[in-house]
Design a protein around this ligand. Structure first.
Ligand SMILES: Cc1ncc(C[n+]2csc(CCOP(=O)(O)OP(=O)(O)O)c2C)c(N)n1
Ligand SMILES: [Mg+2]
Length: 348
C-alpha cells in the first residue's frame, strides 16, 4: 500500500477533522473516491514519462478532498468547469475512469474522442464542462452556465474553479463581479495550492490573501481547509443552498497543496522536501478521514486495505482499456473541433 499514506508517520499528528452529523456511509464513499483519484493520479506519472500518454500532465495528488467535497455538496445536474489541473474534478463529478484514461491516451474511446487530452476533458452527461488550458477561463464558463440556468429558471448551479495563479488574472475578477451583481447561481472556488508553477502564492498575492480580495465584491467569502473533505462538503452545501434560493454566488478559497510538481517531469527546486513532508504527514486528506472513521469505529485496517485494492483494480482496468482502444480515425479530425457537438443534454 505504498502510494496511500499509512497511519502514524513519524512523531507527527494528523490534524483532526469533525465528521459529526455526516452519514458514515457517505464518508466511506468519499474515502473511496479520494482513494480512486490518488491511485489514478499515481499511475499517470509513469505512463506519461514512458510515452504511453502523450504530453505532460498536471497531477492533483494531495488535492483530492477539494474535488470530492465539492462534488458531494452539489447536485448531479450542476455544471462544473475548472482549470488545467482537472483530473480529480473529472473523476469526482462522475466521469468514468475508462473514459478519462482513454482520453489521456489520445484514444477514440476517450470522453472527447481522444482529441482533447488532459487539459480539455469534458463530459456534459455528468455535468463536467471541462478543464481548460487558459488560466482563469474555467470560471467564466461556469459563470455562463449559471447565467443560462438563471435565465431558464432551472435548478442548476454552476461551479467554477481556478488556482491561486488564476486569482492574479483580470478576467477572474470580472467573472466574480458580474456573478455578484447579477446574483447568479454560482459557486466560485479558488483552489489555492500555494504555488503557480514555481512561484509561491504569497509572493503574487497583493492584499494579503485571495479571500480578502474577494470580500470587496460583496458576496459571502469562506476560507476553507481544502485537506478536510467534510469542511469542503459543508461549505459547498451552504453555497449551493444559497444559490438555489436565488441569493447569488459564494466565494470559497480552498487551502490545499499539490504533492507533485506543477506538471510531470518538472524539476522541483523551489520548495523544500520538509514542506512537502509536513503537508503529507499532518494534513493528508485521505489519512485524516481514515483516522476520523477509525476513531468513530466505522472503519478498520482490513476494510481500508480492501478499498485501496479496489481503487487500484479500477485504475488497472482503465489502463488496459485505454491501451487496447483504437486511435481516432483521421477522417474525424475536423469533426467536433469547436465543441459545439458537446451536447448539454437536459441543459440545452
Ligand atoms: C492565460 C494564461 N496565462 C499563462 C498560462 C501559463 N500557465 C499555465 S499553468 C500556470 C500557473 C497556474 O497556477 P494556478 O492558477 O495556481 O494553478 P495550479 O497550476 O497551481 O493548479 C500558468 C501561468 C496559461 N496557461 N494561461
Ligand atoms: Mg496554484
Amino acid at each position: 500500500m505504498t502510494e496511500v499514506p499509512t497511519a502514524g508517520v513519524g512523531a507527527r499528528q494528523f490534524l483532526p477533522i469533525d465528521i459529526s452529523g455526516v452519514d458514515p456511509e457517505r464518508l466511506i464513499l468519499w474515502l473511496g473516491e479520494m482513494l480512486l483519484i490518488r491511485e489514478f493520479e499515481s499511475r499517470l506519472d509513469g505512463l506519461s514519462m514512458s510515452g504511453k500518454i502523450p504530453g505532460g500532465l498536471h497531477l492533483s495528488i494531495g488535492q483530492e478532498a477539494v474535488a470530492v467535497g465539492i462534488a458531494a455538496g452539489i447536485q448531479p445536474q450542476d455544471l462544473l468547469a475548472c482549470s488545467h489541473r482537472s483530473h480529480h474534478h473529472a473523476l469526482a463529478k462522475g466521469l468514468a475512469p475508462r473514459s478519462l484514461m482513454a482520453e489521456l491516451f489520445g484514444k477514440a474511446t476517450g470522453c472527447r474522442g481522444g482529441r482533447g487530452g488532459s487539459m480539455h476533458l469534458a463530459d456534459a452527461s455528468v455535468g463536467f464542462l471541462g478543464g481548460n488550458g487558459i488560466v482563469g477561463a474555467g470560471l467564466g464558463i461556469a459563470m455562463g452556465a449559471s447565467l443560462a440556468s438563471k435565465m431558464r429558471g432551472m435548478d442548476q448551479v454552476g461551479v467554477g474553479l481556478f488556482g491561486d495563479g488564476g486569482a492574479n488574472t483580470g478576467r477572474t475578477w470580472e467573472f466574480v463581479n458580474i456573478a455578484s451583481v447579477w446574483k447568479l447561481p454560482l459557486i466560485i472556488v479558488c483552489e489555492n495550492n500555494m504555488y503557480a508553477v514555481e512561484t509561491p502564492s504569497e509572493r503574487l498575492t497583493g492584499g494579503g490573501s485571495v479571500s480578502r480580495r474577494a470580500e470587496g465584491f460583496g458576496l459571502p467569502v469562506h476560507t476553507v481547509d481544502g485537506q478536510d473533505v467534510v469542511s469542503m462538503y459543508r461549505a459547498t452545501t451552504a453555497a449551493r443552498d444559497r444559490a438555489a434560493r436565488g441569493d447569488g454566488p459564494t466565494f470559497i478559497e480552498a487551502r490545499t497543496y499539490r504533492y507533485e510538481g506543477h506538471s510531470t517531469g518538472q524539476i522541483i527546486n523551489y520548495r523544500t522536501t520538509e514542506e512537502v513532508d509536513e503537508w503529507r504527514s499532518t494534513r493528508d486528506p485521505i489519512q485524516r478521514l481514515r483516522i476520523a472513521l477509525q476513531a468513530a469505529g466505522r472503519l478498520d485496517d482490513e476494510v481500508f486495505d480492501e478499498m485501496v485494492l479496489r481503487a487500484r483494480a479500477t485504475v488497472q482496468d482503465a489502463v488496459a482499456f485505454a491501451d487496447e482502444s483504437p486511435l481516432p480515425d483521421p477522417i474525424s479530425a475536423t469533426r467536433d473541433v469547436t465543441g459545439l457537438e458537446l451536447g448539454l443534454g437536459n441543459a440545452r
